[in-house]
Structure formats: structure tokens, C-alpha cells
Design a protein around this ligand. Structure first.
Ligand code: ADP
Length: 566
């Protein structure tokens, strides 16, 4: 670039120089020779004229000529012309001198014309020299500019391109990439900085990689040592890791399991199918799976596992939304608890069964005691017998509730479903609770329209449920109140509702009252907290539904819906 600049200056200087030389040449011709020709012509034109004016003009032009002597020999000729003119002016000579003067003027003209010719040749030569040098410098300028034009863009663009490629590779974590520019160019510095950056990144990456590898091994060991089976799936449900426990229960080899898509494994493996079913259908029924643990043959026996699905989502760097990157299935082995639960259920079943006989015999003995044929009881003894009877009845209710619960827990609800008259079932329940209601002066308001369809239900169990609901209504109602019992039918369904105006249930406990052994805190009335649980199980086992609506302090309405006979 510097050289090009120098040559352009040279070109400018040479151009201006030569133009100046040529200008002075032409000026020279104009001043020195052309003026002499003009004077000579003026003198010639006055030569044949003898007038005073002509002599003056001649005199003036001759003076100018005398001041404009430029050529060799011009001076002598001018002096001769002056002498002859002086002679002519003095009148000492006749007109014969005029041809001599004319000759001299012609000589002057010729001398100057030769001068013009010479100088014009000189100017031509100057122009040629100027042409030569300007052409040479111009060509050099063009050559340099052309070379720059060809080489400069590539010499700038190539390193940038190379640098760009390298940056791209580095961003793809190929840290071994280096750039190689000539070290003396400006890019050399850049390349040095870039390479040192890449080297540091490589070092950093290697040290991080080693750390990550250790961390990965640690986590793998941790997962492998877990007693519970753990399976990791990516977002496309491909198995990315599984611990030994998980591999053991699937019955597959490590290679056949890890790295395979769970969807295709599910085609041949029942266990995997049931594990990923909800992920494949995107329905998250963890609650259901907790309630019904998976039964898997493991450790040489039937084992129970509770499945927990964790959906792993992250917010990628620079993004706003969370994206799911995989799922972890943890199967918690609950066999031990299940076994304990079975033992407890069996124990309760046995105990309550064993209790039934002595309680029945207590009741029979009480009946005998009440019999006047055996002997009269005084008032105090009668009171005692009555309270023993109440307690025995309560015990019988509790044992029958516990026995029902054991049926529910072991999943052995024995139903005998057949067409039944809903009004008849309600009557059984009303009769069973009549005495209890009378004790609190509570009245029933029964609304039972004529011509109700028959329902598809287990007579005894439905009557038991209604008895339990009415009994609850009585227990949690105030004395002298009314309990509204009604049966309605709509859309192939029959609805029993038990409405009381008692204390009601506060909203936070509404969903919990159907849980096992749950009693609203602070409930002082006797009870086990099992009645509603059993009721729900009995009704749902018949394909029905039990719901509650309650306003705290104003009463509750329990509704049982069952299917009518089609
Ligand atoms: P319990 O043997 O305690 O009555 P349940 O399962 O029948 O057991 O009822 C669970 C809890 O629900 C009761 O302890 C009581 O607090 C509440 N509950 C049930 N029915 C009513 C009702 N009609 N009015 C107010 N609270 C009720």
C-alpha cells in the first residue's frame, strides 16, 4: 500500500513537472520568437510607406525587437537593421536601402522561425519523455494496485475464514483445534491468542471430564447399590440406565435391556409394559399405582413394589421453558410392609371372629337374665343388665365392622348382586336404626316415590351401608332433629340420600372421612373410623358411587348412587 502511495505521488510530481516544462517551452516560443515574427511583419508592412506614421510604427516595432533578442546572430542582424534604419531616417541614402532592410527583416523572421521549429522539437521531446515516465510510473501503479486487488482480499478473508471455522469447531467442543497463520502478519498475534485460549479450554475440559467421569462412576455405584430397582429413561423412553436390582426383576440381560427403547421391550415383557404404560399413554396415575402395588416374582417369592415415576425436567441455558429430558422409575419394595399388613388383617379377622361367639353368648345370657321365669331383677340389676346389653351390642357392631374391614383389605368382598327393591333396603336400614333414633328423639322424614326401578345390588351390604350412614347421621345430629331419607331415580340410576341437620363436616376433612381409621379430630362420639371406608368399598364394588356434601355447622348429605336393572 505504501509503495502504491509512493508511486502515485511520483506520478503526480512527474506529471506536474513535465507539464510545467512544456508550459515554459510554449511560453518561450510565444515570447521569444512569435513576438519577433509579429514585429517583423509590422515592420515589413510599413517598409514601402514613406509616411511619418509608418516610420513611427517601424521605430516602435524595431525598439521592441531590440528588447526581444533570443536567437544566435539575431543581435547582429538587429544592429544592422537599426543602422540602416537610422541611415534611411536621416535621408542620407535613397530608397535603395529598403531591399537590404527587407532582407534583414526576413533573416530575422527566418532565424525566429527556425527557433520556433527547434523549440517545438524540444517540447515534443519533453512530451515524449513525460509520456515515457508517466507511462512507466502509471504501469507500476496499475501493477501494484492489481496485485493488491488480487491478493489483499484473500489475505484478509482467508485468515478470517480459517478463524471462523476454528471458532465453530471449538464451539462444538473440539478443543484440539488450532489456527496456523504466518506469525509476522497482524493475524499472527490473533492466532497466538486464539491457540492459547483453545489450549486452556482443552485443559479445563480434560480436568472437568475427569471430574465428571468420577462423579458418573460414583452415581452409578450409588444407584447400583440401591436395594430398590431403579430404571432411567430418556425423553424418547429409551432405557439409559438400570441398576442390578432392576435388571434382575426384568429377567433380561444388561445388553438386552439398557440402550433399548422401552416401547419395543414392552412388546415382549409384561413387567416393562406395565411399568411404562402410563408414560406411553402420558397419563400419570401414580396414586393408583401406590394403592395397587405391582406384584413381581423376585427373591424367590412374590414381592410387592410401589412404583414412583419421577419426571426429570430442566431449563436449558438461555431458554425460558422447562423441557422433559427423561424419567426415572423407582420401584420401592414394600413386600415387608405388605406381609405385616397381611398379618395384621389376619390377626384382626381371627380376633373379631373369635370375639363373635363369646359376645353372642353374652347376649344370650342377658336375654336369659331378662327372662322373668328365671327370676326377677331389681331396678338396679335391670339397669346393669341394660348397660351390659348396650356394651355387648356396641362390641358386636365393632367386631362386625372389623370383620368387614378385613374382607375389604384382603380384597375378598363376597357380593351376591341381584335385582333388589330400593325401598325395601331403606326400610331394613330404618328399622335397624329406629331405636337409636328414638333415644335422641330424632324423627325420620322418608320420601320414597312409588314405582321405583329395581336396583342391581347386594341387598345385605347396601342395607349395611345405609344403616351405617343413618347411624352416623343420628350420632352427629342434635336431639329432636329430623333426618331426611329419600330415594330418587334418574337415567338408569337410583340415588339414596341421607341428610341430617347436625354439626356437618369442615371442608378440609371432606375428602379424608372415607380414609381408613380416620375420624374428624375432636370427635367425642364412639366409633372406629371404619364405617365410611367400608361403605365406600362396598358401594364401589357394586359399581356404585358414594359422595358427601356438607356445610360445616349446618349438616351433611351422604348420597349413594347405584345402577338400576336395565
Ligand atoms: P365413625 O365410626 O367414627 O363414625 P365413619 O367412617 O363412619 O367412622 O366416619 C368417619 C368420620 O366422619 C366420623 O368420625 C365423623 O367425624 C365424620 N362423619 C361421618 N358422618 C358424619 C355426619 N353425618 N355428620 C358429621 N360428621 C360425620
Amino acid at each position: 500500500m505504501g509503495l502504491l502511495f509512493l508511486f502515485i505521488i511520483l506520478l503526480g510530481v512527474a506529471g506536474i513537472g513535465y507539464i510545467n516544462v512544456m508550459k515554459s517551452d510554449t511560453e518561450n516560443i510565444l515570447v521569444a520568437n512569435y513576438n519577433t515574427l509579429v514585429y517583423a511583419r509590422n515592420m515589413l508592412s510599413t517598409l514601402d510607406d514613406n509616411s511619418q506614421q509608418a516610420t513611427k510604427t517601424f521605430e516602435a516595432n524595431l525598439k521592441k525587437q531590440e528588447a526581444n533578442i533570443t536567437e544566435i546572430g539575431e543581435k547582429e542582424t538587429t544592429i544592422d537593421l537599426r543602422n540602416n534604419f537610422e541611415l534611411f531616417k536621416s535621408g542620407k541614402v535613397d530608397n535603395s536601402i529598403i531591399p537590404t532592410m527587407r532582407k534583414e527583416i526576413y533573416r530575422l523572421m527566418e532565424m525566429n522561425m527556425q527557433g520556433i521549429q527547434r523549440k517545438s522539437d524540444l517540447a515534443k521531446e519533453t512530451a515524449n519523455t513525460a509520456n515515457f515516465w508517466i507511462a512507466i510510473t502509471g504501469t507500476l501503479c496499475i501493477l501494484i494496485a492489481f496485485t493488491l486487488l488480487i491478493n489483499l482480499p484473500s489475505s484478509i478473508a482467508n485468515p478470517i475464514k480459517e478463524l471462523m471455522e476454528s471458532i465453530k469447531l471449538i464451539s462444538e467442543r473440539k478443543y484440539s483445534e488450532r489456527v496456523h497463520f504466518e506469525s509476522h502478519s497482524e493475524y499472527g498475534e490473533l492466532a497466538k491468542s486464539f491457540n492459547s485460549m483453545a489450549e486452556k479450554l482443552q485443559e479445563y475440559n480434560n480436568s472437568n471430564l475427569a471430574k465428571l467421569m468420577i462423579e458418573k462412576k460414583r452415581i452409578e455405584a450409588l444407584i447400583n447399590n440401591m436395594q430398590d430397582p431403579v430404571i432411567g429413561l430418556d425423553e424418547n423412553l429409551k432405557v439409559i440406565f438400570a441398576n442390578e436390582e432392576a435388571i434382575k426383576i426384568t429377567g433380561l440381560s444388561h445388553a438386552d435391556f439398557v440402550g433399548q427403547p422401552a416401547t419395543s421391550l414392552a412388546l415382549h415383557n409384561d413387567l416393562i409394559r406395565s411399568l411404562v404404560k402410563d408414560l406411553m399413554t402420558e397419563d400419570n396415575n401414580d396414586e393408583k399405582s401406590k394403592a395397587n402395588p405391582l406384584v413381581i416374582y423376585a427373591d424367590g417369592k412374590e414381592s410387592y413394589f410401589e412404583k414412583e415415576t419421577l419426571h426429570i425436567s430442566i431449563k436449558p441455558t438461555g431458554e425460558e421453558t422447562q423441557t422433559i429430558i427423561g424419567h426415572v422409575l423407582v420401584l420401592r419394595n414394600v413386600t415387608q410392609y405388605k406381609e405385616l399388613d397381611f398379618a395384621k388383617t389376619n390377626f384382626i379377622a381371627t380376633i373379631s371372629h373369635e370375639f363373635k361367639t363369646p359376645i353372642s353368648s353374652i347376649k344370650m345370657s342377658l336375654q336369659l337374665l331378662e327372662n322373668e321365669q328365671i327370676g326377677n331383677l331389681n331396678a338396679e340389676q335391670k339397669n346393669l343388665v341394660d348397660s351390659i346389653k348396650d356394651d355387648a351390642n356396641r362390641l358386636l357392631i365393632i367386631t362386625s365392622e372389623l370383620l368387614n374391614m378385613t374382607q375389604v383389605e384382603s380384597g375378598n368382598i363376597q357380593l351376591s348382586i341381584m335385582p333388589a327393591d330400593p325401598a325395601e333396603i331403606l326400610t331394613i336400614a330404618v328399622n335397624a336404626t329406629k331405636t337409636q333414633a328414638e333415644q335422641k328423639q330424632i324423627k325420620f322424614d322418608v320420601s320414597c316415590p312409588e314405582g321405583l326401578p329395581r336396583i342391581q345390588a347386594d341387598n345385605d351390604k347396601t342395607a349395611w351401608v345405609l344403616t351405617n350412614l343413618i347411624s352416623n347421621a343420628i350420632r352427629y345430629s342434635h336431639d329432636n332433629s329430623i333426618i331426611y331419607l329419600s330415594i330418587t331415580s334418574e337415567n338408569n340410576k337410583v340415588k339414596f340420600s341421607v341428610k341430617d341437620t347436625g354439626q356437618g363436616i369442615s371442608p378440609q376433612y371432606k375428602d379424608k372421612i372415607f380414609d381408613r381409621y380416620f375420624r374428624v379430630p375432636g370427635t367425642k362420639k364412639e366409633g372406629t373410623g371404619l364405617g365410611l371406608t367400608i361403605s365406600k368399598e362396598f358401594i364401589e364394588a357394586q359399581g356404585g358411587l358414594i359422595t358427601v356434601e356438607s356445610e360445616f355447622g349446618a349438616g351433611s348429605t351422604f348420597t349413594v348412587t347405584l345402577n338400576s336393572v336395565a
